[in-house]
Design a protein around this ligand. Structure first.
Ligand code: FE2
Length: 223
């Protein structure tokens, strides 16, 4: 976290807002040379200018000083736009409905970007009555484990905490679930559309069945 607003932050915000140095300068009642000085780290804006600068960018003074801005265009809650933040020191998991400026243990946390599951983080999803039974094929040692799983529908988010030496599995009510997330302490956040996850598996099985049929026919014809 910055201690005071930096030139890089001002430049970044100005460019994002599509303003020239002169346009910003006019809003603040200073010269464009002054803005240029701030941006090239040759001086700081006076403390009385912090509020006008924040106002010019439609952000709060706290965001301006921390350099961590939050843009939530649609404030209505939608869990599908959820973000997860994990503290690398204490493993604290924070779930938000949109972007937020969050710190834990003095570390400014970044929202995790979910990746598609990979071969080292295989997810196995089964429909069992009205639930998804989800299992991750992954080690659960203290050093390398899945620390939580979550299921998101548009109005609900269920987070299940997992522990080393325990099972990498969870059950979620199917109704409305659009996305399943899981977090590996070493490799980060992964997510998958559960229907796609199951269908891929079924398509995979079908392909195998079809291939066997073709092989059988080929054997009969040419074998
Ligand atoms: Fe991993």
């Amino acid at each position: 976290m910055n201690q005071y607003v930096t030139g890089t932050v001002i430049k970044d915000l100005r460019e994002k807002s599509g303003m020239t140095q002169l346009q910003l300068a006019e809003k603040l009642g200073v010269s464009d040379k002054t803005v240029s000085k701030w941006e090239t780290a040759k001086g700081y804006p006076d403390i009385t200018l912090l509020e006008p600068i924040a106002k010019a960018f439609n952000i709060s003074v706290t965001e301006l000083i921390s350099g961590n801005t939050v843009f939530n265009e649609n404030v209505s809650a939608n869990t599908l736009r959820s973000k997860f933040y994990v503290c690398p020191v204490c493993k604290n998991v924070i779930h938000t409905m949109g972007e937020a400026a969050i710190s834990c243990h003095g570390i400014q946390l970044m929202p995790l970007e979910a990746e598609e599951t990979d071969e080292r983080h295989m997810i196995l999803i089964e429909r069992v009555e009205d639930e998804y039974y989800v299992r991750i094929d992954h080690s659960m040692t203290k050093e390398h484990y899945i620390s939580f799983m979550a299921a998101a529908s548009s109005d609900e988010m269920k987070v299940v905490k997992l522990y080393p030496e325990g099972g990498a599995e969870a059950r979620f009510k199917i109704r409305g679930v659009k996305r399943i997330f899981f977090y590996c302490n070493r490799d980060g956040l992964f997510s998958i559309d559960p229907v796609k996850g199951i269908d891929d598996k079924e398509v995979g099985y079908d392909n195998v069945k079809e291939r066997r049929e073709l092989e059988k026919t080929a054997d009969k014809l040419f074998g």
